[in-house]
Design a binder for this molecule. Structure first.
Ligand code: PRX
Length: 673
């Protein structure tokens, strides 16, 4: 069943699990719909009182704030707690290391099962302190930018927290990005230091991160030092002395004590690049207090954290989910978090379930793509596991189809866990639409209701008028600022305003389509801009097109997303050539390689269609609507027999400069030409 069908048919409703009220497990922090409604109403009607209270309750401040919120979406000048002072590393590490030094902060599950380790809050304090001192030794100062290009090892978190400790701004680049993508991000942010590893390990394979980094650095003069963590030691890594230094040699002689810098609430904490609707990714900037508060409060209430919980988020630290729900949110709450280095199918499709039982995880958070892929592999990989430590199961990154939701609920949750389908974005910093385990009944496929402080509006996409009441479909916007909303795009505030604030005056525009159903529940419909979401990885069609155009043989390219049963969406590229090329297979391979080199392997297209022309209007605009339908095989060879039928399916074709391109494209996709 598609989400489309699920919204329109009366969806089944799952109340919060009964055992949450029976004393068998901790009583949920938010324990009834009434309590949620009351708090939500306060949070949007009186955000100053609500967030002022929560910020004092959840965070440690060096200097308390006197002003809670300032600015808004009209001018894009949002501030929270602006005269307060604090340090994120102090909040995530020190306060727990002092109170509970032997508590496990991080469970590191290594690629090869059984080779991981557990890191206590005391050790975390020491490792972060040592690495912060290394950064200081290399003259990293408050406000400097540090690039982190690391595999999923605890050192990635140490590096992030060390930056936070001394006030440096980190820019984590996902280790699946190519040398070109890494170079562009380092250049844009003007990073002074690169933290990387000799190799990364994933699913039994090694990835030569240092070699890739060296390629990137050929054109990054701002980098003064490269600190290399030795993950495998398997290869002799090229070292360029004195620029390159080994992590282990550097930390060896450092003191574990490094005073945490006093930071202003609005000082930047990190930037993270994400795709927009142009070819150039943007460095979304999050600031200290607001971001930390959003991450801390959401994970506490949405995953209903209690003191002895072990929280397993399977994302990568290179994405926002890893920032907020592997590192900052769980550690700020002082619980135990998991850093998972491997993939769900290595060495067997039971890896996640084994992990949950081995470490007695209480919450588990992953993406619909993984859920769908594991469901396909069969229940026999899950059945031998108890999974009885779990209370809350989360989903993130893309719409979850009801079948996958139900499987998650029945086969993994054994019908005794709450399922939280959490909707948010890199820009929002933390979850904004979600069920709360003890309070909000769920409908498979719906992210349900807004989190505290989130004031949602559904707008008519064309007029921008707000669609009031229930049973409405439009675009999703947010009416007023909340603490963890991004403050700017690095070095480009105009782009920030143009992308998020200008499309609909007075609102923050999410870029997603949405339905608010008869019960007021929100169903996210996916992007309405040129952003596509492959396995929960966000890519812009323009970014992929820019990569293709750089290939000497490519004349023009247009990229569309099509639905895919496992990855949610998949990439299809249409390209025309500068001159006839006899060997289409070879050119297709070259184009795939081009995208992998420019962006990274995760952007590998499902299909490349070489076409003599792209479908264009007389004024030269590419008609993507046609490409989307042809690529998704909504029109097929059979439709070519019926002109009216074809028009019905593709819409008005009269504006096409050359209508004969349509049959050519259909035949190409069907493999008949
Ligand atoms: O389209 C929405 C989709 O992912 C986009 C944000 O991508 P990114 O910034 O990479 O962050 C992903 C992790 C938060 C959104 O604009 N998206 C995210 N979560 C959901 C979702 N779509 C539907 N349901 C979700 N739960």
């Amino acid at each position: 069943m598609s989400i489309e069908e699920a919204v329109t048919e009366s969806a089944p409703i799952f109340p919060p699990p009964e055992r949450f009220q029976q004393g068998e497990v901790p009583v949920p922090h938010i324990n009834s719909l009434e309590q949620y409604k009351e708090l939500h109403e306060e949070s949007v009607k009186n955000p100053t009182a609500f967030w002022g209270r929560v910020a004092k309750e959840l965070l440690h401040w060096y200097r308390p704030f006197t002003q809670v919120n300032y600015g808004g979406f009209v001018d894009g000048d949002v501030q929270w707690f602006s005269d307060g002072q604090l340090n994120v590393a102090y909040n995530c590490v020190d306060r727990h290391a002092f109170a509970n030094p032997d508590k496990v902060a991080i469970i590191w599950e290594s690629d090869e099962p059984g080779q991981g380790e557990k890191i206590t809050y005391r050790q975390l304090y020491q490792e972060v302190g040592k690495f912060a001192n290394v950064l200081k030794k290399y003259k990293v100062r408050k406000g400097d930018t540090v690039c982190i290009y690391m595999p999923m090892v605890p050192e990635a978190a140490y590096a992030m927290l060390a930056c936070a400790r001394i006030g440096a701004v980190h820019s984590v680049v996902f280790a699946g990005f190519s040398a070109d993508a890494l170079r562009d991000r380092i250049q844009d942010a003007g990073c002074k230091i690169l933290v990387t590893a000799d190799q990364g390990k994933r699913g039994g394979k090694s990835i030569g991160l240092k070699v890739i980094a060296d390629q990137a650095l050929a054109d990054c003069p701002s980098i003064e030092k490269v600190i290399v963590y030795q993950r495998t030691g398997d290869i002799s890594v090229p070292f360029s002395s004195p620029r390159d230094v080994w992590w282990h040699e550097e930390v060896d002689n450092q003191s574990p004590v490094c005073p945490a810098e006093t930071m202003n609430a609005e000082d930047p904490l990190f930037m993270l690049y994400t795709s927009g609707s142009t070819g150039k990714p943007k460095g979304v900037v999050h600031t200290t207090a607001g971001y930390l508060l959003g991450a801390t409060a959401t994970v506490k209430y949405i995953f209903d954290l209690h003191e002895n919980d072990r929280f397993g988020c399977m994302a990568d630290v290179g994405w926002i989910t890893g920032h907020s729900y592997i590192v900052y949110g769980p550690l700020s709450n002082g619980i135990t978090t998991v850093i998972f280095e491997s993939i769900p199918t290595y060495p067997t499709p039971s890896r996640y379930w084994q992990l949950i039982d081995d470490h007695q995880l209480t919450q588990f958070y992953t993406a619909p793509t993984a859920i769908r892929a594991l469901r396909r592999l069969g229940d026999e990989h899950v059945e031998p596991y108890k999974l009885d430590s779990l209370r809350v199961l989360g989903s993130v990154g893309e719409p979850i189809n009801p079948e996958a939701w139900l499987w998650y609920h029945k086969v993994i949750g054994r019908e005794r866990c709450a399922i939280v389908d959490t909707y948010w974005q890199t820009e929002t910093g933390s979850i904004i639409v979600t069920p709360l385990p003890g309070a909000i009944a769920t409908k498979p496929g719906s992210a349900t209701l807004p989190f505290f402080g989130i004031d949602l509006a559904v707008l008519d996409p064309t007029t921008g008028q707000e669609l009031l009441g229930n049973d409405v479909t439009g675009v999703l916007a947010i009416r007023q600022p909340f603490p963890s909303i991004a403050r700017t795009v690095y070095d480009n505030h105009i782009r920030y305003l143009d992308t998020y604030m200008k499309p609909y005056h007075k609102y923050y525009f999410t870029g997603d389509g949405v339905t608010r159903d008869a019960d007021g529940y929100y169903w996210i419909r996916g992007r309405v801009d040129d952003v596509i979401n492959v396995s929960g990885h966000r890519l812009s069609t323009a970014e992929i097109e820019s990569a293709l155009i750089l290939h000497p043989a490519c004349a023009e390219a247009a990229v569309v997303g099509i639905n895919d049963d496992v990855t949610g969406q998949a990439i299809v590229c249409f390209a025309s050539l500068k001159s006839h090329h006899a060997d289409e297979t070879a050119i297709t391979k070259a184009f795939v390689a081009q995208i992998r080199t420019h962006i990274g392997p995760f952007a590998t297209p499902k299909r490349i269609v070489i076409t003599p022309e792209l479908p264009k209007t007389r004024s030269g605009k590419i008609m993507r609507r046609i490409l989307r339908k042809v690529a998704g095989q909504e029109v097929t060879l059979a439709d070519l027999e019926d002109e009216d039928g074809l028009r019905n399916k593709l819409g008005d074709l009269s504006t096409l400069a050359d209508p004969s391109i349509v049959p050519t494209l259909i035949k190409k996709v069907a493999g008949r030409q």
